[in-house]
Design a protein around this ligand. Structure first.
Ligand code: FES
Ligand SMILES: [Fe+2]
Length: 434
């Protein structure tokens, strides 16, 4: 083992069985998912009072609802009486939620409004004390997060330096963004961390695993040699912008001219630099909320220009080797309908479950999750050595960017190490590995 490869507690190596260990999984649910802000949806999915969607939070299920006051409420989807699943549909609009078992009725804020057969309950039973369990909620640029924990810091503190990068990407159009269509969902037989790692943190696999679609020109920005700017921020969050060389003004490939003009009116020069000239920009908020922006040329029509696309993704744990993937497609609200449609289609064709990229990624994550639950294989280490020699830079292209910025031809494995460090910090069973 060379000095670069020593066990240095910075997660250049990780014992493989730790990823799949059932005890680790149990502790993750309590200490990672139970003590984090978790993504539950986009505000545009529930525009009107009473609109709701049903979503997972860790291994619980919640109703995410637009309340009478206009804010978003997140409530446990379990009746306060004897726990029956209250809402049995994925989405809809409601004036109240009535439990099918004994008929207790809740309003869209989660307050108990009525007990059926009230005379059978003692008079002192106080309805105001038996509402649904409600989570803390934070909304940021249309993204809705929730947590059950009173100990998790306020969302802005949790987000920290990542606010700069989310603002750069999602705060740059005047009318905001909206989710188009229902979120796409599929189940895969891999560990959730491997799915986050593959989608949001790793770029080393692009020109190997995805060599064929890339050679066919699916990325619409040509062959210019890219440079990756990979940023690690506190809390296990991280983001990478992979850029083609630029000369002069910021360029936003794949967006219509009116939107490009609008982008130029938002953000600081450093944020505009970060958000522009990108082939791919992707990141992850710890633990499992990821986003990506990329530019595609998937129509097969030589006269159709490449189109940009923006996607949100969540790798939802179902078991140590079972994960549900959720995929939302975002478009600028005031883009032309035809452009929105092209952008949506381009993502379905690439990162959708039957797209040109996702099946290869899934096959790989399933392979790793299958081979390494073996007793012998589990004793080996995963290696995250890439970029261990790359020092963070205080300044990049004349800009001081928040967080620690690493510059390399493609993003290194620095994001993986930061993610795993945060994960291990929270999981008691990993105490010996920190
Ligand atoms: S379990 Fe819901 S009313 Fe009884
Ligand atoms: Fe991939």
């Amino acid at each position: 083992m060379t000095s670069t490869e020593q066990r240095t507690n910075d997660f250049r190596r990780l014992r493989r069985r730790n990823i799949f260990d059932p005890q680790v999984y149990d502790e993750e649910l309590r200490h990672v998912f139970g003590e984090s802000w978790l993504f539950v949806g986009h505000e545009s999915e529930i525009p009107d009072v009473g609109d709701f969607v049903v979503r997972p939070m860790g291994d619980d299920e919640v109703i995410v609802c637009r309340s009478k006051g206009g804010d978003v409420r997140v409530m446990l989807n379990s009746c306060a009486h004897r726990g029956t699943q209250l809402c049995r549909t994925d989405s809809g609009s409601a004036t109240n939620f009535r439990c099918m078992y004994h008929g207790w009725v809740y309003d869209t804020d989660g307050n108990l409004r009525g007990i059926r057969n009230r005379r059978l309950f003692p008079p002192e039973v106080d309805v105001s004390r038996h509402g649904l369990s409600t989570a803390r909620v934070a909304s940021y640029l249309g993204l809705v997060f929730a947590t059950w924990s009173a100990d998790v810091p306020e969302f802005s503190e949790w987000l920290g330096d990542m606010a700069f990068y989310l603002d750069a990407m999602l705060g740059r159009c005047s009318a905001g963004w909206e989710a188009v269509g229902e979120p796409l969902r599929w189940r895969t037989r891999c560990n959730w961390k491997l799915s986050v790692e593959n989608f949001a943190l790793d770029s080393l696999h692009l020109d190997t695993l995805h060599a064929n679609p890339i050679k066919l020109g699916v990325f619409g920005t040509g062959d210019a040699n890219p440079t990756s700017y990979t940023v690690v921020t506190a809390g296990g969050h991280g983001v990478t912008a992979t850029k083609v060389p630029s000369t002069g003004e910021p360029v936003y490939p794949g967006y219509p001219p009116a939107l490009v003009e609008d982008f130029g009116r938002h953000g600081s020069p450093a944020q505009q630099w970060f958000a522009s000239n990108n082939v791919v920009c992707k990141g992850n908020l710890f633990p499992n909320f990821s986003f990506i922006e990329l530019v595609h040329d998937t129509t097969g029509d030589p006269d159709a220009p490449p189109v940009a696309a923006f996607m949100l993704r969540m790798a939802q744990p179902v078991g140590p080797t079972e994960t549900n993937i959720w995929m939302w497609i975002l478009v600028p609200r005031d883009a032309e309908p035809r452009w929105k449609r092209l952008s949506q289609e381009s993502l379905v064709r690439t990162l959708g479950v039957s797209g040109t990229f996702e099946p290869d990624d899934l096959a790989n994550a399933v392979s790793v999750s299958t081979v390494n639950v073996g007793t012998r294989a589990g004793e080996n280490d995963f290696l995250f050595l890439g970029g261990a020699h790359v020092q963070p830079q205080a300044e990049v292209e004349g800009f001081r960017l928040p967080g620690r910025v690493h510059v390399a031809p493609l993003n290194t494995e620095v994001l993986q190490r930061a993610f795993l460090r945060e994960w291990a910090h929270r999981v008691p069973a990993m105490a010996g590995e920190r």
